[in-house]
Design a protein around this ligand. Structure first.
Ligand code: G6P
Length: 599
Protein backbone atom coordinates (compact mmCIF):
# COMPACT_ATOMS: atom_id res chain seq x y z
CA UNK A 1 0.00 0.00 0.00
CA UNK A 2 1.96 3.01 1.28
CA UNK A 3 1.37 6.67 0.50
CA UNK A 4 3.76 8.81 -1.48
CA UNK A 5 3.94 12.55 -1.96
CA UNK A 6 6.47 14.58 -3.91
CA UNK A 7 6.57 18.33 -4.40
CA UNK A 8 8.57 20.84 -6.40
CA UNK A 9 7.54 24.48 -6.30
CA UNK A 10 7.53 27.81 -4.54
CA UNK A 11 5.85 26.61 -1.34
CA UNK A 12 7.89 25.10 1.47
CA UNK A 13 8.11 21.48 0.25
CA UNK A 14 8.17 20.03 3.78
CA UNK A 15 4.79 21.67 4.55
CA UNK A 16 3.15 20.28 1.42
CA UNK A 17 4.63 16.81 1.83
CA UNK A 18 3.94 16.39 5.54
CA UNK A 19 0.35 17.61 5.15
CA UNK A 20 -0.09 15.24 2.23
CA UNK A 21 1.40 12.31 4.13
CA UNK A 22 -1.01 12.94 7.01
CA UNK A 23 -3.89 12.61 4.57
CA UNK A 24 -2.42 9.47 3.04
CA UNK A 25 -1.78 7.72 6.34
CA UNK A 26 -4.87 5.59 5.70
CA UNK A 27 -2.68 3.75 3.18
CA UNK A 28 -0.21 2.62 5.82
CA UNK A 29 1.29 4.07 8.93
CA UNK A 30 3.98 1.86 10.40
CA UNK A 31 6.88 4.09 9.41
CA UNK A 32 7.54 7.14 7.29
CA UNK A 33 10.22 9.34 5.85
CA UNK A 34 11.08 12.36 3.77
CA UNK A 35 13.95 13.63 1.66
CA UNK A 36 14.23 17.38 0.98
CA UNK A 37 16.63 19.64 -0.82
CA UNK A 38 17.92 21.96 1.90
CA UNK A 39 18.75 25.21 0.10
CA UNK A 40 20.61 26.59 3.11
CA UNK A 41 23.31 23.92 2.86
CA UNK A 42 22.82 23.18 -0.85
CA UNK A 43 22.35 19.49 -0.16
CA UNK A 44 19.66 16.88 0.41
CA UNK A 45 18.59 15.73 3.87
CA UNK A 46 16.82 12.47 4.62
CA UNK A 47 14.71 11.85 7.73
CA UNK A 48 12.92 8.58 8.35
CA UNK A 49 11.81 6.40 11.22
CA UNK A 50 9.42 3.81 12.51
CA UNK A 51 6.16 5.41 13.62
CA UNK A 52 3.54 7.82 12.43
CA UNK A 53 3.71 11.00 10.37
CA UNK A 54 3.24 13.00 13.60
CA UNK A 55 6.65 11.76 14.72
CA UNK A 56 8.21 12.70 11.38
CA UNK A 57 6.65 16.12 11.63
CA UNK A 58 7.29 16.93 15.29
CA UNK A 59 10.67 15.36 15.97
CA UNK A 60 12.75 16.57 13.04
CA UNK A 61 13.83 20.04 12.02
CA UNK A 62 12.35 21.69 8.93
CA UNK A 63 13.56 25.16 9.70
CA UNK A 64 15.34 25.67 6.38
CA UNK A 65 14.41 26.70 2.84
CA UNK A 66 13.23 23.67 0.89
CA UNK A 67 11.27 23.59 -2.35
CA UNK A 68 11.75 20.04 -3.59
CA UNK A 69 11.22 16.76 -1.79
CA UNK A 70 9.63 13.34 -1.66
CA UNK A 71 7.91 11.61 1.25
CA UNK A 72 6.44 8.25 2.16
CA UNK A 73 4.16 6.60 4.70
CA UNK A 74 4.63 2.83 4.79
CA UNK A 75 2.66 -0.36 5.17
CA UNK A 76 5.40 -2.96 5.45
CA UNK A 77 5.64 -5.67 2.80
CA UNK A 78 9.38 -6.49 2.58
CA UNK A 79 10.98 -6.34 6.00
CA UNK A 80 9.76 -5.28 9.42
CA UNK A 81 8.57 -1.75 10.08
CA UNK A 82 11.79 -0.25 11.40
CA UNK A 83 14.09 2.67 10.72
CA UNK A 84 16.19 0.90 8.10
CA UNK A 85 13.29 -0.44 6.07
CA UNK A 86 11.51 2.92 6.06
CA UNK A 87 11.48 4.92 2.82
CA UNK A 88 13.08 6.90 1.20
CA UNK A 89 15.82 4.49 0.15
CA UNK A 90 19.08 5.71 -1.32
CA UNK A 91 21.38 3.96 -3.78
CA UNK A 92 24.76 2.85 -2.41
CA UNK A 93 26.55 6.08 -3.29
CA UNK A 94 23.56 8.09 -2.03
CA UNK A 95 23.03 9.65 -5.46
CA UNK A 96 19.50 8.39 -6.15
CA UNK A 97 16.74 8.50 -3.57
CA UNK A 98 13.47 6.62 -4.08
CA UNK A 99 10.05 6.26 -2.47
CA UNK A 100 7.90 3.39 -3.66
CA UNK A 101 4.40 2.05 -3.25
CA UNK A 102 3.87 -1.49 -4.52
CA UNK A 103 5.66 -4.80 -4.74
CA UNK A 104 8.41 -5.68 -7.22
CA UNK A 105 7.90 -9.38 -7.92
CA UNK A 106 11.27 -9.93 -9.62
CA UNK A 107 13.55 -7.94 -7.30
CA UNK A 108 15.59 -11.02 -6.40
CA UNK A 109 16.14 -11.95 -10.05
CA UNK A 110 17.13 -8.35 -10.84
CA UNK A 111 19.60 -8.35 -7.97
CA UNK A 112 21.16 -11.59 -9.18
CA UNK A 113 21.44 -10.31 -12.74
CA UNK A 114 22.42 -6.67 -12.36
CA UNK A 115 23.53 -6.01 -8.80
CA UNK A 116 25.91 -8.83 -7.90
CA UNK A 117 28.21 -7.77 -5.07
CA UNK A 118 26.00 -4.86 -3.94
CA UNK A 119 25.41 -4.75 -0.24
CA UNK A 120 21.94 -3.62 0.73
CA UNK A 121 21.06 -1.91 3.97
CA UNK A 122 17.39 -2.82 4.08
CA UNK A 123 15.26 -5.84 3.31
CA UNK A 124 13.11 -3.90 0.84
CA UNK A 125 12.59 -4.36 -2.87
CA UNK A 126 12.80 -0.56 -3.19
CA UNK A 127 16.52 -0.41 -2.48
CA UNK A 128 17.03 -2.62 -5.52
CA UNK A 129 15.29 0.00 -7.66
CA UNK A 130 17.51 2.82 -6.37
CA UNK A 131 20.62 0.77 -7.14
CA UNK A 132 19.47 -0.35 -10.57
CA UNK A 133 19.02 3.29 -11.50
CA UNK A 134 22.45 4.10 -10.15
CA UNK A 135 24.11 1.24 -12.00
CA UNK A 136 22.50 2.28 -15.32
CA UNK A 137 23.33 5.93 -14.67
CA UNK A 138 27.02 5.10 -14.89
CA UNK A 139 26.54 4.46 -18.64
CA UNK A 140 23.41 6.43 -19.57
CA UNK A 141 21.63 9.74 -18.99
CA UNK A 142 19.47 9.78 -15.89
CA UNK A 143 16.22 9.73 -17.90
CA UNK A 144 17.35 6.63 -19.74
CA UNK A 145 18.70 4.99 -16.59
CA UNK A 146 15.32 5.39 -14.91
CA UNK A 147 13.36 4.26 -17.94
CA UNK A 148 15.59 1.21 -18.36
CA UNK A 149 14.96 0.37 -14.71
CA UNK A 150 11.20 0.83 -15.04
CA UNK A 151 11.18 -1.46 -18.06
CA UNK A 152 12.76 -4.23 -16.00
CA UNK A 153 10.39 -4.05 -13.05
CA UNK A 154 7.68 -6.69 -12.79
CA UNK A 155 4.91 -6.12 -10.29
CA UNK A 156 3.34 -2.96 -9.00
CA UNK A 157 4.93 0.36 -8.36
CA UNK A 158 4.32 4.04 -7.98
CA UNK A 159 7.77 5.56 -7.68
CA UNK A 160 9.25 8.96 -7.08
CA UNK A 161 12.95 9.37 -7.69
CA UNK A 162 15.36 12.21 -7.06
CA UNK A 163 18.85 12.57 -8.39
CA UNK A 164 20.74 14.39 -5.66
CA UNK A 165 23.00 15.94 -8.33
CA UNK A 166 20.01 17.81 -9.75
CA UNK A 167 17.67 19.53 -7.28
CA UNK A 168 15.35 20.74 -10.05
CA UNK A 169 13.61 17.53 -11.08
CA UNK A 170 11.40 14.84 -9.56
CA UNK A 171 11.10 11.70 -11.69
CA UNK A 172 8.10 9.40 -11.44
CA UNK A 173 6.93 6.10 -12.84
CA UNK A 174 3.97 3.89 -12.18
CA UNK A 175 2.45 0.53 -12.92
CA UNK A 176 -0.69 -0.79 -11.19
CA UNK A 177 -0.21 1.31 -8.03
CA UNK A 178 -2.01 4.64 -8.22
CA UNK A 179 -0.40 8.05 -8.75
CA UNK A 180 -1.73 11.43 -9.76
CA UNK A 181 -0.08 14.74 -10.58
CA UNK A 182 -1.46 18.04 -9.27
CA UNK A 183 -0.46 21.24 -11.01
CA UNK A 184 -0.56 24.83 -9.94
CA UNK A 185 1.16 27.83 -11.49
CA UNK A 186 3.92 27.79 -8.92
CA UNK A 187 4.50 24.11 -8.40
CA UNK A 188 3.77 20.45 -8.99
CA UNK A 189 2.70 17.78 -6.58
CA UNK A 190 2.82 14.02 -7.23
CA UNK A 191 0.87 11.75 -4.90
CA UNK A 192 -0.83 8.40 -4.43
CA UNK A 193 -4.22 9.98 -4.06
CA UNK A 194 -6.17 13.17 -4.62
CA UNK A 195 -6.53 13.64 -0.88
CA UNK A 196 -2.92 14.81 -0.74
CA UNK A 197 -3.83 17.67 -3.08
CA UNK A 198 -6.47 19.19 -0.81
CA UNK A 199 -5.56 22.84 -0.37
CA UNK A 200 -2.72 22.52 -2.91
CA UNK A 201 -4.27 22.12 -6.32
CA UNK A 202 -7.65 21.62 -8.00
CA UNK A 203 -6.05 20.79 -11.35
CA UNK A 204 -4.83 17.25 -11.65
CA UNK A 205 -3.78 14.58 -14.15
CA UNK A 206 -4.16 10.83 -13.78
CA UNK A 207 -0.95 8.97 -14.52
CA UNK A 208 -1.48 5.84 -16.58
CA UNK A 209 0.45 2.60 -16.16
CA UNK A 210 3.99 2.49 -17.57
CA UNK A 211 4.11 6.25 -17.94
CA UNK A 212 7.37 8.02 -17.15
CA UNK A 213 6.99 11.52 -15.71
CA UNK A 214 9.30 14.42 -14.98
CA UNK A 215 8.32 17.40 -12.83
CA UNK A 216 10.81 20.11 -13.64
CA UNK A 217 11.78 23.59 -12.55
CA UNK A 218 13.40 25.70 -15.28
CA UNK A 219 13.81 29.41 -16.10
CA UNK A 220 10.15 29.69 -17.13
CA UNK A 221 8.73 28.09 -14.00
CA UNK A 222 7.36 24.65 -13.16
CA UNK A 223 6.27 22.16 -15.78
CA UNK A 224 5.83 18.46 -16.24
CA UNK A 225 6.53 16.03 -19.05
CA UNK A 226 4.82 12.68 -19.54
CA UNK A 227 6.13 9.91 -21.78
CA UNK A 228 4.39 6.74 -22.93
CA UNK A 229 6.11 3.33 -22.62
CA UNK A 230 7.97 3.80 -25.91
CA UNK A 231 9.23 7.21 -24.87
CA UNK A 232 6.91 9.47 -26.85
CA UNK A 233 5.84 12.59 -25.01
CA UNK A 234 2.08 13.14 -24.73
CA UNK A 235 -0.39 15.59 -23.20
CA UNK A 236 -2.57 13.97 -20.56
CA UNK A 237 -6.19 14.99 -19.95
CA UNK A 238 -6.59 17.80 -17.46
CA UNK A 239 -9.11 17.17 -14.65
CA UNK A 240 -10.49 19.34 -11.92
CA UNK A 241 -11.53 18.40 -8.45
CA UNK A 242 -13.05 20.37 -5.61
CA UNK A 243 -12.42 18.40 -2.49
CA UNK A 244 -14.55 19.36 0.45
CA UNK A 245 -12.19 20.08 3.31
CA UNK A 246 -15.08 19.78 5.78
CA UNK A 247 -15.51 16.18 4.74
CA UNK A 248 -12.02 15.27 5.79
CA UNK A 249 -12.26 16.89 9.22
CA UNK A 250 -13.55 15.07 12.27
CA UNK A 251 -16.38 17.57 12.64
CA UNK A 252 -16.36 17.50 16.45
CA UNK A 253 -16.34 13.70 16.75
CA UNK A 254 -13.51 12.09 18.72
CA UNK A 255 -12.83 9.61 15.90
CA UNK A 256 -13.49 9.40 12.17
CA UNK A 257 -15.09 6.00 12.74
CA UNK A 258 -17.82 7.43 14.96
CA UNK A 259 -18.33 10.37 12.61
CA UNK A 260 -18.69 8.01 9.67
CA UNK A 261 -21.08 5.70 11.54
CA UNK A 262 -23.25 8.73 12.34
CA UNK A 263 -23.19 9.91 8.72
CA UNK A 264 -24.85 6.74 7.46
CA UNK A 265 -28.47 7.93 7.38
CA UNK A 266 -27.38 10.88 5.26
CA UNK A 267 -25.45 8.54 2.95
CA UNK A 268 -28.66 6.59 2.33
CA UNK A 269 -30.51 9.86 1.66
CA UNK A 270 -27.79 11.05 -0.70
CA UNK A 271 -27.98 7.77 -2.59
CA UNK A 272 -31.76 8.12 -2.86
CA UNK A 273 -31.44 11.64 -4.21
CA UNK A 274 -28.81 10.58 -6.75
CA UNK A 275 -30.47 7.37 -7.89
CA UNK A 276 -34.11 8.45 -7.60
CA UNK A 277 -34.12 12.18 -8.41
CA UNK A 278 -37.71 11.97 -9.69
CA UNK A 279 -39.28 9.56 -7.25
CA UNK A 280 -38.19 6.42 -9.14
CA UNK A 281 -34.93 4.50 -9.15
CA UNK A 282 -32.91 5.25 -12.27
CA UNK A 283 -29.64 3.71 -13.44
CA UNK A 284 -27.64 4.86 -16.45
CA UNK A 285 -28.83 2.99 -19.59
CA UNK A 286 -25.33 1.92 -20.54
CA UNK A 287 -24.90 0.34 -17.13
CA UNK A 288 -28.20 -1.51 -17.53
CA UNK A 289 -27.11 -2.74 -20.95
CA UNK A 290 -24.25 -4.60 -19.28
CA UNK A 291 -26.84 -6.83 -17.65
CA UNK A 292 -29.05 -7.29 -20.72
CA UNK A 293 -29.60 -10.99 -21.53
CA UNK A 294 -27.03 -12.06 -18.99
CA UNK A 295 -27.53 -15.47 -17.46
CA UNK A 296 -25.24 -14.90 -14.51
CA UNK A 297 -23.65 -12.14 -12.45
CA UNK A 298 -20.25 -12.63 -10.83
CA UNK A 299 -19.49 -10.36 -7.91
CA UNK A 300 -15.85 -9.89 -6.93
CA UNK A 301 -14.65 -7.97 -3.87
CA UNK A 302 -12.43 -8.06 -0.78
CA UNK A 303 -12.95 -7.53 2.95
CA UNK A 304 -15.99 -5.52 3.89
CA UNK A 305 -16.89 -5.05 0.23
CA UNK A 306 -17.05 -8.84 -0.11
CA UNK A 307 -19.67 -8.86 2.63
CA UNK A 308 -21.63 -6.26 0.69
CA UNK A 309 -21.26 -8.61 -2.30
CA UNK A 310 -22.84 -11.48 -0.38
CA UNK A 311 -25.90 -9.30 0.10
CA UNK A 312 -25.69 -8.30 -3.55
CA UNK A 313 -26.17 -11.96 -4.47
CA UNK A 314 -29.34 -12.08 -2.36
CA UNK A 315 -30.67 -8.93 -4.04
CA UNK A 316 -29.80 -9.94 -7.60
CA UNK A 317 -31.33 -13.37 -7.11
CA UNK A 318 -34.37 -12.48 -4.99
CA UNK A 319 -35.28 -9.14 -6.58
CA UNK A 320 -33.94 -9.37 -10.13
CA UNK A 321 -34.06 -13.13 -10.55
CA UNK A 322 -30.51 -13.38 -11.98
CA UNK A 323 -28.30 -16.21 -10.67
CA UNK A 324 -25.29 -14.64 -8.97
CA UNK A 325 -22.01 -15.90 -7.55
CA UNK A 326 -19.71 -14.02 -5.19
CA UNK A 327 -15.97 -14.48 -4.90
CA UNK A 328 -13.19 -13.12 -2.74
CA UNK A 329 -11.02 -11.34 -5.30
CA UNK A 330 -7.69 -12.80 -4.18
CA UNK A 331 -9.11 -16.31 -4.60
CA UNK A 332 -10.85 -15.67 -7.90
CA UNK A 333 -7.71 -14.19 -9.45
CA UNK A 334 -5.82 -17.47 -9.24
CA UNK A 335 -8.53 -20.11 -8.81
CA UNK A 336 -11.14 -19.33 -11.37
CA UNK A 337 -14.32 -21.41 -11.50
CA UNK A 338 -15.94 -22.48 -14.79
CA UNK A 339 -17.44 -19.26 -16.08
CA UNK A 340 -20.83 -18.89 -17.74
CA UNK A 341 -20.33 -17.23 -21.14
CA UNK A 342 -23.31 -14.88 -20.98
CA UNK A 343 -22.36 -13.12 -17.78
CA UNK A 344 -21.26 -9.80 -16.37
CA UNK A 345 -18.85 -8.97 -13.56
CA UNK A 346 -19.63 -6.59 -10.72
CA UNK A 347 -16.60 -5.39 -8.80
CA UNK A 348 -17.25 -3.79 -5.43
CA UNK A 349 -14.52 -1.64 -3.95
CA UNK A 350 -14.74 1.33 -1.64
CA UNK A 351 -11.34 2.65 -2.70
CA UNK A 352 -11.41 1.38 -6.26
CA UNK A 353 -7.72 0.54 -5.87
CA UNK A 354 -7.62 -2.93 -4.32
CA UNK A 355 -4.86 -4.81 -6.14
CA UNK A 356 -6.51 -8.23 -5.77
CA UNK A 357 -9.51 -6.89 -7.66
CA UNK A 358 -7.41 -5.21 -10.27
CA UNK A 359 -5.70 -8.53 -11.01
CA UNK A 360 -9.18 -10.02 -11.59
CA UNK A 361 -10.24 -7.13 -13.79
CA UNK A 362 -7.21 -7.46 -16.05
CA UNK A 363 -8.01 -11.14 -16.43
CA UNK A 364 -11.72 -10.88 -17.08
CA UNK A 365 -11.12 -8.17 -19.65
CA UNK A 366 -8.75 -10.49 -21.48
CA UNK A 367 -11.49 -13.11 -21.45
CA UNK A 368 -13.84 -10.59 -23.09
CA UNK A 369 -16.25 -10.00 -20.19
CA UNK A 370 -17.79 -6.64 -19.39
CA UNK A 371 -17.66 -5.22 -15.92
CA UNK A 372 -19.23 -2.72 -13.57
CA UNK A 373 -17.32 -1.23 -10.63
CA UNK A 374 -19.31 -0.01 -7.64
CA UNK A 375 -17.06 2.42 -5.79
CA UNK A 376 -16.80 5.46 -3.61
CA UNK A 377 -13.99 6.95 -5.71
CA UNK A 378 -14.97 7.71 -9.25
CA UNK A 379 -11.44 8.66 -10.26
CA UNK A 380 -10.05 5.34 -9.03
CA UNK A 381 -8.28 2.73 -11.14
CA UNK A 382 -11.13 0.22 -10.98
CA UNK A 383 -13.69 2.88 -11.95
CA UNK A 384 -11.58 3.89 -14.93
CA UNK A 385 -10.71 0.44 -16.11
CA UNK A 386 -14.06 -1.34 -15.79
CA UNK A 387 -16.57 -1.02 -18.62
CA UNK A 388 -18.75 1.22 -16.43
CA UNK A 389 -18.84 2.38 -12.83
CA UNK A 390 -21.45 3.49 -10.33
CA UNK A 391 -20.76 5.75 -7.38
CA UNK A 392 -21.95 5.08 -3.85
CA UNK A 393 -21.86 8.73 -2.75
CA UNK A 394 -20.66 7.92 0.78
CA UNK A 395 -18.24 10.86 0.88
CA UNK A 396 -14.61 10.40 1.84
CA UNK A 397 -14.21 7.57 4.33
CA UNK A 398 -11.12 8.06 6.45
CA UNK A 399 -11.30 5.52 9.30
CA UNK A 400 -9.60 2.33 8.19
CA UNK A 401 -12.65 0.29 9.22
CA UNK A 402 -15.27 0.73 6.55
CA UNK A 403 -18.73 1.66 7.80
CA UNK A 404 -20.55 4.20 5.64
CA UNK A 405 -18.99 2.84 2.44
CA UNK A 406 -20.42 -0.61 3.26
CA UNK A 407 -23.88 0.86 3.80
CA UNK A 408 -23.48 2.79 0.54
CA UNK A 409 -22.44 -0.31 -1.38
CA UNK A 410 -25.34 -2.40 -0.09
CA UNK A 411 -27.83 0.41 -0.80
CA UNK A 412 -26.61 0.80 -4.39
CA UNK A 413 -26.80 -2.98 -4.88
CA UNK A 414 -30.45 -2.91 -3.75
CA UNK A 415 -31.17 -0.13 -6.24
CA UNK A 416 -29.49 -1.92 -9.17
CA UNK A 417 -31.39 -5.10 -8.30
CA UNK A 418 -34.69 -3.19 -8.24
CA UNK A 419 -34.03 -1.52 -11.57
CA UNK A 420 -33.10 -4.88 -13.12
CA UNK A 421 -36.32 -6.47 -11.94
CA UNK A 422 -38.31 -7.32 -15.09
CA UNK A 423 -41.82 -6.61 -13.84
CA UNK A 424 -40.83 -3.35 -12.25
CA UNK A 425 -42.75 -4.20 -9.10
CA UNK A 426 -39.98 -3.44 -6.67
CA UNK A 427 -41.09 -0.51 -4.56
CA UNK A 428 -38.32 -0.05 -2.09
CA UNK A 429 -37.86 3.68 -2.57
CA UNK A 430 -40.17 4.74 0.27
CA UNK A 431 -38.80 1.86 2.32
CA UNK A 432 -35.29 3.28 1.93
CA UNK A 433 -36.50 6.59 3.28
CA UNK A 434 -37.90 4.77 6.34
CA UNK A 435 -34.61 2.92 6.64
CA UNK A 436 -32.71 6.20 7.03
CA UNK A 437 -35.05 7.16 9.90
CA UNK A 438 -34.56 3.79 11.61
CA UNK A 439 -30.80 4.20 11.25
CA UNK A 440 -30.98 7.58 12.95
CA UNK A 441 -33.01 6.09 15.79
CA UNK A 442 -30.36 3.52 16.67
CA UNK A 443 -27.52 6.01 16.26
CA UNK A 444 -29.33 8.33 18.68
CA UNK A 445 -29.32 5.50 21.23
CA UNK A 446 -25.61 4.90 20.98
CA UNK A 447 -24.93 5.75 24.63
CA UNK A 448 -27.07 2.78 25.59
CA UNK A 449 -24.83 0.48 23.49
CA UNK A 450 -21.75 2.09 25.01
CA UNK A 451 -22.96 1.08 28.50
CA UNK A 452 -24.21 -2.34 27.40
CA UNK A 453 -20.87 -3.60 26.12
CA UNK A 454 -19.02 -2.51 29.28
CA UNK A 455 -20.34 -5.51 31.18
CA UNK A 456 -21.21 -7.96 28.41
CA UNK A 457 -18.19 -8.23 26.13
CA UNK A 458 -15.43 -9.24 28.46
CA UNK A 459 -13.62 -12.15 26.85
CA UNK A 460 -10.74 -12.48 24.39
CA UNK A 461 -13.08 -14.07 21.87
CA UNK A 462 -16.67 -13.61 20.72
CA UNK A 463 -19.22 -14.92 18.22
CA UNK A 464 -21.88 -13.40 16.03
CA UNK A 465 -24.63 -15.78 14.96
CA UNK A 466 -27.48 -15.36 12.50
CA UNK A 467 -29.25 -17.10 9.64
CA UNK A 468 -29.84 -16.15 6.02
CA UNK A 469 -29.06 -12.51 5.36
CA UNK A 470 -28.40 -12.01 9.07
CA UNK A 471 -25.46 -14.37 8.69
CA UNK A 472 -23.90 -11.96 6.18
CA UNK A 473 -24.33 -9.13 8.67
CA UNK A 474 -22.64 -11.40 11.24
CA UNK A 475 -19.63 -11.79 8.94
CA UNK A 476 -19.29 -8.05 8.56
CA UNK A 477 -19.91 -7.44 12.28
CA UNK A 478 -17.26 -9.94 13.30
CA UNK A 479 -14.69 -8.56 10.86
CA UNK A 480 -15.29 -5.10 12.30
CA UNK A 481 -14.98 -6.24 15.92
CA UNK A 482 -11.77 -8.16 15.32
CA UNK A 483 -10.05 -5.51 13.20
CA UNK A 484 -10.63 -2.64 15.62
CA UNK A 485 -10.80 -4.20 19.09
CA UNK A 486 -8.53 -7.23 18.36
CA UNK A 487 -11.07 -9.51 20.05
CA UNK A 488 -11.04 -12.74 18.09
CA UNK A 489 -14.53 -12.88 16.62
CA UNK A 490 -16.23 -15.31 14.28
CA UNK A 491 -19.44 -14.82 12.37
CA UNK A 492 -21.35 -18.09 12.15
CA UNK A 493 -24.55 -19.37 10.58
CA UNK A 494 -26.56 -19.86 13.79
CA UNK A 495 -27.55 -23.43 12.90
CA UNK A 496 -23.99 -24.45 12.03
CA UNK A 497 -22.39 -23.53 15.34
CA UNK A 498 -23.46 -26.79 16.96
CA UNK A 499 -21.54 -28.76 14.33
CA UNK A 500 -18.18 -28.23 15.96
CA UNK A 501 -17.56 -24.66 16.95
CA UNK A 502 -19.92 -24.84 19.93
CA UNK A 503 -16.98 -26.59 21.64
CA UNK A 504 -15.54 -23.10 22.17
CA UNK A 505 -18.54 -21.86 24.13
CA UNK A 506 -17.88 -21.69 27.84
CA UNK A 507 -18.86 -19.45 30.73
CA UNK A 508 -19.08 -15.83 29.74
CA UNK A 509 -18.14 -16.18 26.05
CA UNK A 510 -20.08 -13.44 24.28
CA UNK A 511 -22.46 -14.58 21.54
CA UNK A 512 -24.23 -11.78 19.72
CA UNK A 513 -27.30 -12.99 17.85
CA UNK A 514 -28.80 -11.00 14.99
CA UNK A 515 -32.44 -11.76 14.16
CA UNK A 516 -34.18 -9.57 11.60
CA UNK A 517 -36.18 -12.13 9.62
CA UNK A 518 -39.50 -13.56 10.81
CA UNK A 519 -39.13 -16.89 9.05
CA UNK A 520 -35.95 -17.83 10.91
CA UNK A 521 -36.75 -16.11 14.21
CA UNK A 522 -37.64 -19.33 16.05
CA UNK A 523 -34.66 -21.25 14.66
CA UNK A 524 -32.11 -18.66 15.70
CA UNK A 525 -33.74 -18.40 19.10
CA UNK A 526 -33.27 -22.17 19.58
CA UNK A 527 -29.59 -21.73 18.76
CA UNK A 528 -29.45 -18.98 21.37
CA UNK A 529 -30.80 -21.45 23.94
CA UNK A 530 -28.09 -23.95 22.98
CA UNK A 531 -25.27 -21.51 23.67
CA UNK A 532 -26.94 -20.08 26.78
CA UNK A 533 -27.14 -23.60 28.18
CA UNK A 534 -23.34 -23.77 27.87
CA UNK A 535 -22.75 -20.51 29.70
CA UNK A 536 -22.57 -18.00 26.80
CA UNK A 537 -23.17 -14.32 27.51
CA UNK A 538 -25.83 -13.67 24.87
CA UNK A 539 -26.68 -10.28 23.39
CA UNK A 540 -29.68 -10.23 21.06
CA UNK A 541 -30.22 -7.68 18.29
CA UNK A 542 -33.75 -8.00 16.86
CA UNK A 543 -36.52 -6.12 15.07
CA UNK A 544 -39.50 -4.61 16.80
CA UNK A 545 -42.05 -6.98 15.24
CA UNK A 546 -40.25 -10.13 16.38
CA UNK A 547 -38.66 -8.91 19.61
CA UNK A 548 -38.82 -10.78 22.88
CA UNK A 549 -38.95 -9.01 26.19
CA UNK A 550 -35.31 -9.51 27.14
CA UNK A 551 -33.76 -8.69 23.75
CA UNK A 552 -30.96 -6.19 24.22
CA UNK A 553 -31.07 -4.04 21.09
CA UNK A 554 -34.39 -3.69 19.30
CA UNK A 555 -34.47 -1.97 15.91
CA UNK A 556 -37.34 -0.12 14.27
CA UNK A 557 -39.10 -2.25 11.68
CA UNK A 558 -37.93 -1.77 8.11
CA UNK A 559 -38.56 -3.79 4.95
CA UNK A 560 -37.09 -7.23 5.63
CA UNK A 561 -34.75 -7.08 2.63
CA UNK A 562 -33.25 -3.80 3.84
CA UNK A 563 -32.73 -4.96 7.41
CA UNK A 564 -29.01 -5.77 6.94
CA UNK A 565 -28.35 -2.08 6.25
CA UNK A 566 -29.93 -1.26 9.60
CA UNK A 567 -28.72 -4.22 11.67
CA UNK A 568 -25.08 -3.55 10.86
CA UNK A 569 -25.22 -0.20 12.69
CA UNK A 570 -25.49 -1.49 16.27
CA UNK A 571 -22.63 -3.90 15.47
CA UNK A 572 -20.47 -1.00 14.29
CA UNK A 573 -21.30 0.84 17.51
CA UNK A 574 -20.49 -2.26 19.59
CA UNK A 575 -17.10 -2.37 17.85
CA UNK A 576 -16.45 1.31 18.29
CA UNK A 577 -17.27 1.43 22.01
CA UNK A 578 -15.47 -1.82 22.81
CA UNK A 579 -12.34 -0.59 21.06
CA UNK A 580 -12.66 2.71 22.91
CA UNK A 581 -12.93 0.85 26.22
CA UNK A 582 -9.83 -1.16 25.40
CA UNK A 583 -7.90 1.96 24.43
CA UNK A 584 -7.35 0.85 20.85
CA UNK A 585 -6.15 3.09 18.05
CA UNK A 586 -9.61 3.23 16.50
CA UNK A 587 -9.04 5.01 13.21
CA UNK A 588 -5.72 3.31 12.53
CA UNK A 589 -5.83 -0.26 13.85
CA UNK A 590 -2.59 -2.19 13.87
CA UNK A 591 -1.29 -3.93 10.75
CA UNK A 592 -4.08 -2.63 8.51
CA UNK A 593 -4.41 -0.13 5.73
CA UNK A 594 -7.46 1.27 4.06
CA UNK A 595 -6.39 0.90 0.49
CA UNK A 596 -4.67 -2.39 -0.21
CA UNK A 597 -2.69 -1.86 -3.38
CA UNK A 598 -0.56 -4.98 -3.10
CA UNK A 599 -1.74 -8.49 -3.95
C1 G6P B 1 -8.77 -3.41 3.24
C2 G6P B 1 -9.54 -2.58 4.23
C3 G6P B 1 -10.96 -3.12 4.36
C4 G6P B 1 -11.61 -3.17 2.99
C5 G6P B 1 -10.79 -4.02 2.01
C6 G6P B 1 -11.32 -3.89 0.60
O1 G6P B 1 -8.51 -4.67 3.75
O2 G6P B 1 -8.89 -2.58 5.48
O3 G6P B 1 -11.70 -2.25 5.19
O4 G6P B 1 -12.88 -3.71 3.12
O5 G6P B 1 -9.45 -3.52 1.98
O6 G6P B 1 -11.15 -2.58 0.15
P1 G6P B 1 -11.97 -1.90 -0.99
O7 G6P B 1 -11.44 -0.51 -1.07
O8 G6P B 1 -11.69 -2.69 -2.24
O9 G6P B 1 -13.40 -1.94 -0.63
Amino acid sequence: MCGIVGYIGKLQASDVILKGLHKLEYRGYDSCGISLFNENIDDFILYKDKGRVNHLQDDFNYDFENHLGIGHTRWATHGAPNHINSHPHASVSGRFVVVHNGVIDNYKELTAKYLVGYSFESETDTEVIANLIESFASSYDVDIAIRKTLALLEGSYALLVIDTRNPHIIYAGKNKSPMILGKRADGICLASDLMALVGISDEYYLIEDKTFVKAVKDESGYAFEMYDPVGIEFCPVRNEVHLDTEEINKGGFPHYMLKEICEQPSVVRKIISNYAPDGKFIIDKEVLNLFANKKRIYILAAGTSYHAGLLGKVYFEKISGIPTEVFVASEFAYNKPILEKESVFVLISQSGETADLRACLVDIKKLGYQSLTITNVKTSTLAREATKYLEIFAGTEIAVASTKAYVGQVSVLVIIACVLEQDNKCSLLTEMGRLAVAMEAIIDRRDYIKELIKTRLLKRNAFYIGRGIDYFTCLEASLKLKEISYIQTEGFPAGELKHGTIALIEDGVPVIAIITQKHINKNTRSNIQEVKARGAEVIVISMNDIKESDDDIVLMDVHHILSPILAVIPTQLITYYKALDLGRDIDKPRNLAKSVTVE
